[in-house]
Write a protein that binds this ligand. Structure first.
Ligand SMILES: [Zn+2]
Length: 485
């Protein structure tokens, strides 16, 4: 997420907030259903910030989505998702996070299965014919239709998750996802926690004249009933649920030359989506995207996915690093934010969080990438580091591990997080620091991370002095001194 946009969003008038409240009151409330026969309660993952999210022991391997947006710009959504699931412990019931549309049908390996959907708590509990045991695989199908769920952001005048952008004047209605930290559950039944990344196949059917875009590589675009189109995307590398991008809009899709920054120099597909009618100058920020990927891949190692680009949105919301397709408001369309969201493809989307308290491991690294980009443009970066330090000094500080939801996207996560990496860098030379960054990605891309992991990794790769520097920045209640060589 981009911090500047978050701050500017706070200044929005209360009018939007009232509109959102009115929308929330319009939601259908489904009466509580009788309990399932299984008496064993599902245990959540146990996140320290969001203790109710996810199910302990559940491992979703793939989500196969078939979504239809009949009326873009509204909160109406219907679809079917097939989850391929396994487990790391015996699960007598499956408990998915789902605030979203009304459930019409649930099947377990093709057969109807009992379920209970509590749209207030946001859990869809499903009873399999027999417990899901470690090593077993099952296909769980959920069909749903209606209004998406509502998950208000406690600090911004927006809802997290499925966004509806009503038609205004010449501009048509649009939809997109903005789900960090837990908004995907507003429209999809998911194990909504970054410690359980999964692959996605996403089919979206839209009315005539509309384009759909999603995380991954587009496989096809075919005719649908009533003149509509169905777009299919495949995301073959696992990604956290909150990073799933879906967009429905009147877009111009702009393809650019592929960039050879993938594993072994493999080409990365480049495409951006610009809504018809946005200011022409908006596109300028995206001209450097290929060059940005090259600079970042040099520091972080191969780009971890098959495609990259941005989808631009018109509401004034925070920019978000949705996987392979960053969601970029017109108002955040500048190179600094493009660099920041691109860096998250490595930090957050490929190297994922074990617990939301470690969100600085996403934001600190992405903010630090802004310095690496400036230096690649010939700047010393000294002004940027001093600017960060001054800003950190003007704000309340805390140890890097967050303890409350309100801390997740504060100055400490971004700026103190970036300064912590600078504190590590000044203890070694740049070649060692580059190897350190690349090693963090390659070693932890399939293992969700914590701050303790980074401390241990720092000691084993760079030694005790680097670890002590990081530990001071991670743990001191005060702001440590400006890191200098
Ligand atoms: Zn960010």
């Amino acid at each position: 997420m981009a911090r500047t946009a978050v701050r500017s969003s706070r200044k929005r008038s209360s009018l939007l907030f009232l509109v959102l409240l009115a929308g929330a009151q319009g939601q259908t409330v489904i009466p509580t259903l009788p309990p399932l026969s299984a008496s064993v309660a599902a245990k959540p993952i146990g996140d320290s910030i969001f203790p109710a999210l996810g199910q302990a022991g559940l491992d979703v391997l793939n989500y196969d989505l078939d979504l239809t947006v009949d009326r873009p710009g509204t909160s109406e959504l219907r679809g079917t998702v097939v989850l391929t699931v396994t487990s790391t412990q015996p699960l007598p019931v499956l408990s998915l996070d789902f605030l979203g549309p009304q459930v019409m049908e649930v099947r377990w390996n093709g057969l109807p299965a009992p379920y209970r959907h509590d749209q207030v708590v946001g859990k869809l509990t499903i009873e399999p014919p027999q417990p899901l045991l470690p090593g077993m695989r099952a296909e769980v199908t959920v069909r749903f239709a209606g209004q998406v769920g509502v998950r208000p952001d406690p600090y911004l005048p927006i809802n997290v998750g499925w966004q509806a952008v009503p038609a205004v004047g010449e501009r048509v209605g649009a939809n997109f996802t903005l789900s960090e930290p837990d908004g995907t559950r507003t429209f999809l039944p998911v194990n909504d926690h970054p410690s359980d990344p999964a692959t996605f196949t996403t089919r979206i059917t839209v009315p005539a004249g509309y384009t759909a875009a999603a995380s991954g590589v587009q496989l096809s675009e075919v005719a649908a009933p009533n003149g509509g189109r169905t777009f299919t995307f495949e995301q073959v590398q696992p990604i956290p649920t909150y990073t799933l991008a879906i967009h429905v809009n009147r877009f111009e899709r702009v393809d650019s030359a592929a960039v050879p920054v993938g594993k072994g120099g493999a080409d990365v597909i480049r495409r951006d989506y610009f809504p018809v009618g946005i200011p022409a100058g908006t596109r300028d920020a995206y001209v450097s995207t290929g060059e940005i990927l090259k600079v970042l891949a040099d520091w972080f190692g191969p780009y971890p996915f098959s495609a990259y680009g941005s989808a631009i949105v018109t509401p004034r919301v925070p920019a978000l690093e949705t996987a392979t397709l960053s969601t970029m408001p017109v108002t955040s369309s500048n190179v600094r934010v493009v660099v920041h969201e691109a860096a998250h493809q490595w930090f957050g989307n490929r190297v994922t969080l074990a617990d939301w308290s470690g969100v600085w491991l996403n934001e600190g690294f992405a903010t630090y990438a802004e310095l690496l980009w400036a230096q690649a443009q010939g700047e010393t970066g000294d002004d940027m580091v001093r600017g960060w330090y001054a800003r950190a000094g003007r704000n309340q500080t805390r140890p890097l591990v967050a303890t409350t939801e309100s801390q997740l996207f504060d100055t400490t996560s971004y700026i103190r997080g970036a300064l912590a990496l600078q504190a590590v860098r000044v203890t070694v030379d740049d070649a060692a620091f580059k190897a350190y960054l690349r090693g963090w990605v390659s070693e932890f891309q399939n293992r969700p991370v914590t701050t303790a992991d980074l401390l241990t990794y720092t000691r084993t790769t760079l030694g005790a002095r680097a670890e002590a520097a990081l530990r001071l920045w991670a743990e001191s209640p005060e702001l440590p001194p400006l890191p200098e060589k």
